[in-house]
Write a protein that binds this ligand. Structure first.
Ligand SMILES: NC(=O)C1=CN([C@@H]2O[C@H](COP(=O)(O)OP(=O)(O)OC[C@H]3O[C@@H](n4cnc5c(N)ncnc54)[C@H](O)[C@@H]3O)[C@@H](O)[C@H]2O)C=CC1
Ligand SMILES: O=C(O)C(=O)CO
Length: 313
């Protein structure tokens, strides 16, 4: 079994060593330009077009992340990027869910305990206890009830917050109200105090977080964007913040990354920013998941994580 590996920034030696340990019968190599030698599996992140072009004999391609929007959007302009008929897999969780839980719980509690307001008071050397928020005033609405959304919902329920979620199909998660489809989006938004975005980037979800949506949230609402920058109409977000529709936002992802220095988001007092670090690929967990999936494919068994190219995630 031959495996080719390409990632623009990962530690090649680390990945090859541990892939070989988990798949001892495989021959694993870093793909280099000009390498047209046969391969059974390809592990890629932002692969050059020529890496996979014409490789119809591949049994599967693994994207080394949860979101496959970059590879799918490039596929539109470079049809050879993925050989026709070869299944594409993505990483499901592999250590990213815990990171999303850490990020979401810490930020929701920050806002719930009004630490943002106390930080503002600190600037004025103001010693003033503020009215406490109550959990029933702090409904969490999760856009995108998938692998990561489900774990974030679980961790916020554990803190006693009311949680609802929105997805394509109905979910039956304990103690979480599920809304499904476009026709239930408004009902999902109504009463949501903290909106957490964990949607994939698809043609249907691009620009979904716009002024019309933000205006439907509860008064004094917050936005936590953990998915993709293209989901948010940034000027609408700034307008909603400046007009008081939205109390604060924490953003991990942006249309352009790194976020350009001239972006007003950097200077807005009620916007917090992290540089696309909400949940990074954990190499060992990813390698275990990939090895399990390859072994299942070799045995002709069912697997998880296959991308539906037509659906876009
Ligand atoms: N900021 C970061 O560091 C990271 C960001 N991400 C982002 O998180 C996203 C979610 O990851 P997973 O939970 O693994 O994905 P997933 O595919 O398991 O879940 C996606 C959810 O979105 C819902 N959805 C998709 N299209 C929809 C539509 N048109 N209407 C309503 N619901 C829709 C699906 O029903 C599903 O519940 C990724 O696509 C990626 O963009 C993932 C990892 C790290
Ligand atoms: O895995 C993903 O989709 C990510 O955004 C990680 O950076």
């Amino acid at each position: 079994m031959d495996i080719i590996f390409y990632h623009p920034t990962f530690d090649n030696a680390y990945w090859l060593t541990h892939l070989q340990q988990h798949l001892p019968e495989a021959r694993v190599r870093v793909w280099q330009p000009g390498d047209n030698q046969p391969a059974d599996y390809a592990l890629v992140w932002h692969p050059p077009v020529e890496m996979l072009a014409g490789r119809q004999s591949l049994k599967a391609v693994f994207a080394l992340g949860a979101g496959v929007d970059a590879i799918l959007s490039r596929l539109k302009t470079h049809p050879d990027l993925l050989p026709q008929g070869v299944p594409l897999y993505r990483l499901e969780d592999t250590g990213m869910a815990r990171q999303m839980q850490e990020y979401a719980v810490s930020q929701v509690l920050h806002w719930f305990r009004r630490f943002d307001d106390y930080q503002a008071q600190k600037q004025q050397a103001q010693w003033q206890p503020l009215d406490e928020y109550q959990p029933d005033q702090f409904t969490i609405g999760i856009l995108g009830a998938g692998v990561l959304g489900s774990k974030v919902a679980e961790s916020l329920r554990a803190w006693g917050f009311p949680v609802c979620c929105w997805s394509r199909s109905r979910k039956a998660w304990p103690e979480v109200q599920s809304f499904a489809g476009q026709h239930e989006l408004d009902a999902f938004l109504h009463g949501t105090r903290v909106l957490i975005n964990l949607l994939p980037n698809t043609p249907e979800t691009e620009n979904i977080i716009n002024r019309a949506l933000l205006d439907k949230l509860a008064d004094g609402a917050y936005l936590l964007n953990l998915a993709r920058g293209v989901h948010v109409v940034e000027q609408d977000l700034l307008d909603a913040l400046n007009e008081g529709t939205l109390k604060a936002a924490m953003l991990d992802v942006f249309r352009q990354e790194p976020l350009p220095q001239e972006s007003d988001l950097w200077r807005h007092p009620r916007v917090a920013i992290t540089p696309h670090v909400a949940a990074v690929t954990r190499p060992l967990e990813a390698i275990r998941y990939i090895a399990e999936t390859i072994n299942a494919l070799e045995r002709g068994e069912a697997t998880r994580g296959q991308v539906d190219l037509a659906r876009g995630y």
